[in-house]
Design a protein around this ligand. Structure first.
Ligand code: M6R
Length: 616
């Protein structure tokens, strides 16, 4: 979603800001812009609809003093008003003395706009964000920028992550947040940074801290001061060192981030298990007091919450937790949960799943569950994100930065994290015998290598992709542990290739979707011999063939029967049914990728999608 970057220091600001914006491209955006403290009594704003190269070429043709050493930048994902040059951020008021970039939504913007217009303010854009620039313009007539910002923000209802630059103090950037996505402060020597995520900062610094809700930061080249917006008091922040290397955030030689991330899955899963899974004892070692608290023996119900791919990971999580803990597990789409007065209480353990940790539906659902007394565990990939900060305990998926909009390594590491959670809780609650825990840990420890063997089949997958890339509709079928994989496989294909694809439980096919099946409707059937519903899946395959449907089956290596029945197959090694989702999803990710490549789609940034959905 929208991205923010800010710089103040001793170097030319423009290249640093543009480079930061490029690093934030993966979040999804439709326009981009910069505001530079021009030292001639005004703030210079340059903004352009479309990709960042449009902005870069506009910047090249603009007169910018090389002495400009502070500025702010933004990538916008439209919420209020079309993607246009004028609606792009930064926004200024009537004059050009102050500029603002904003992530989030100002809910009372219309009311504020009417009031400001009545006072003589003239608006240029259709955005909610421009209101803040005009409010600031008024406050700056009365107060210095450090005071004008909290005064203006106090008038806003809604969510914001903002950075402001004001001509009266060109070296000072002010950042503030209240919802609206993360804002991270990067610390340098004689220079300091702001950004909506660390990928924009990796080239310059590794020392960072995150702003909490209702905090404001004053950033100058010499230092940073954090204040609580509610009481004006100074807040002491803990500075953290980012472990991710700059190279980790790059494509590493692959044509797309998505392919790189698919191929990184064995390592990512291994990292997620390392130091936590001990096959010799069957024990799971997790950091933090919560993991040994008596509560873990006492809770009565588990609720899993997430969106998109994270929601599908939760569906697999439900199968695992119910199988081994024999406890009631509900899975809910976070956007539904938050609006329906859900039944959760202090005896409910809520597990929130999110790659980014900033998905607004998931975060709001988390808060709803918390307000009802539930204890929250986050399965998350971004430490320091909102979801991790607001949870009792965090099970970090160590997938590293996931840049491609389509989630891949985040998903398989989420499944790995669900295994850690299941085995840990099963140990604590004595739901599994030590021998059984050891056996499962041994099986899990082998998965990274088994993943590698599946990912080596690129040639076979390319061939299948060629064969299937010309169809317009796909049905994905799976049962039990493979039902969520059918959903995830279909989501991958539709997201990046724009081919219509739907996932269904195999048993549902006869209840409607079968009406669609003909020679133009390929069916991707996940039919694994280890599965308790294998025979039922073979029946599904027969039913599809009887209607001239084309079958692409994901099968176990060496399964001659399934191979004979299918038109084409993708193979995975034979593993236990409950472990197989971490493997069966891989050929489906690769096939979606290859088809999207054949169709020349923008794989890493598919149309209309954002990596981190921070507004409803
Ligand atoms: O960051 P999150 O895991 O909370 O994101 C949830 C969904 O927005 C995300 O999984 C989305 O569905 C991806 N595009 C899937 O590939």
């Amino acid at each position: 979603m929208c991205g923010i970057v800010g710089y103040t220091g001793f170097k030319p600001a423009t290249p640093i800001l543009l480079n930061g914006l490029v690093k934030l491209e993966y979040r999804g955006y439709d326009s981009a812009g910069l505001a530079l403290a021009a030292r001639n009594g005004s703030v210079q704003i340059i903004k352009k609809v479309g990709k960042i190269h449009n902005l870069i070429s506009t910047v090249k043709h603009s007169k910018i003093s090389p002495n400009v050493t502070s500025g702010i930048g933004h990538t916008r994902w439209a919420t209020h008003g079309q993607p246009t040059d004028i609606n792009a951020h930064p926004h200024s008021g009537c004059g050009n003395n102050v500029a603002v970039v904003h992530n989030g939504i100002i809910e009372n913007y219309q009311q504020l706009k009417d009031q400001l217009k009545a006072k003589g303010h003239r608006f240029k854009s259709q955005t909610d964000s421009e209101v803040l620039a005009h409010l600031l313009e008024d406050e700056l007539k009365k107060y210095p920028v450090e005071k004008a910002v909290p005064q203006a923000l106090a008038k806003i209802e809604g969510t914001y992550s903002v950075v402001i630059i004001d001509q009266s103090k060109p070296d000072t950037l002010i950042g503030a947040r209240s919802g609206g996505g993360a804002l991270v402060v990067g610390l340098g020597k004689g220079e300091n940074f702001l950004a909506s995520d660390v990928s924009a900062l990796l080239a310059y610094t590794r020392e960072v801290f995150y702003l909490e809700d209702h905090e404001m930061v004053i950033v100058t080249p010499q230092g940073v001061t954090v204040l609580n917006l509610s009481n004006g008091k100074t807040v002491k922040k803990q500075v953290a060192e980012i472990a991710w290397t700059a190279e980790q955030a790059e494509k590493g030689g692959y044509p797309h981030f998505m392919l790189k991330e698919i191929m990184e899955q064995p390592t990512a899963l291994q990292d997620t298990f390392t130091g936590r899974l001990d096959p010799s004892t069957g024990k799971v070692i997790l950091e933090g007091a919560f993991w040994s608290s008596p509560y873990l023996k006492q809770f009565k119900k588990i609720t899993l919450l997430g969106m998109g791919t994270s929601y599908y990971a939760a569906l697999v999580g439900k199968f695992l937790l119910e199988k081994y803990l024999r406890i009631q597990v509900e899975v809910d789409n976070a956007s539904e949960f938050r609006y329906r007065n859900p039944i959760v209480d202090k005896k409910t353990l809520v597990v929130v799943i999110s790659q980014s940790g900033e998905t607004v539906d998931t975060l709001t659902a988390l808060r709803e569950a918390k307000s009802k007394g539930a204890k929250i565990i986050a399965i998350c990939n971004v430490m320091g994100s909102s979801v991790t900060r607001e949870s009792e305990a965090v099970l970090l998926t160590r997938a590293g930065p996931e840049i491609g909009v389509a989630s891949t390594k985040a998903f398989t590491t989420q499944l790995g994290a669900f295994w850690l959670l299941t085995l840990h809780l099963a140990g604590v609650r004595r739901a599994m015998k030590p021998a059984e825990l050891r056996k499962k840990s041994h099986e899990l420890a082998k998965v990274p290598l088994q993943m590698e063997s599946v990912l080596k089949q690129t040639k076979a997958i390319e061939k299948v992709a060629k064969e299937y890339s010309t169809y317009f509709n796909f049905l994905y079928l799976g049962r039990g542990f493979q039902y969520p994989i059918a959903l995830e496989g279909a989501l991958k294909l539709k997201e990046i290739s724009y081919i219509h694809a739907e996932g269904y439980p195999g048993g549902e096919m006869k209840h409607g979707p079968i009406a669609l099946i003909d020679s133009k409707m390929p069916v991707v059937a996940i039919a694994l011999k280890s599965s308790s519903t294998y025979e039922k899946m073979l029946n599904n395959i027969e039913e599809v063939k009887a209607r001239k449907g084309k079958i692409l089956a994901v099968i176990e290596k060496g399964d001659k029967e399934a191979r004979r029945k299918a038109n084409s197959v993708l193979e995975i090694p034979a593993v236990a049914e409950d472990i197989s989702p971490m493997l069966s999803v891989l050929p489906l990710q690769l096939m979606a990728y290859e088809i999207a490549k054949l169709k020349r789609r923008e794989i890493d940034q598919p149309r209309n999608l954002a990596k981190s959905v921070t507004v409803e």
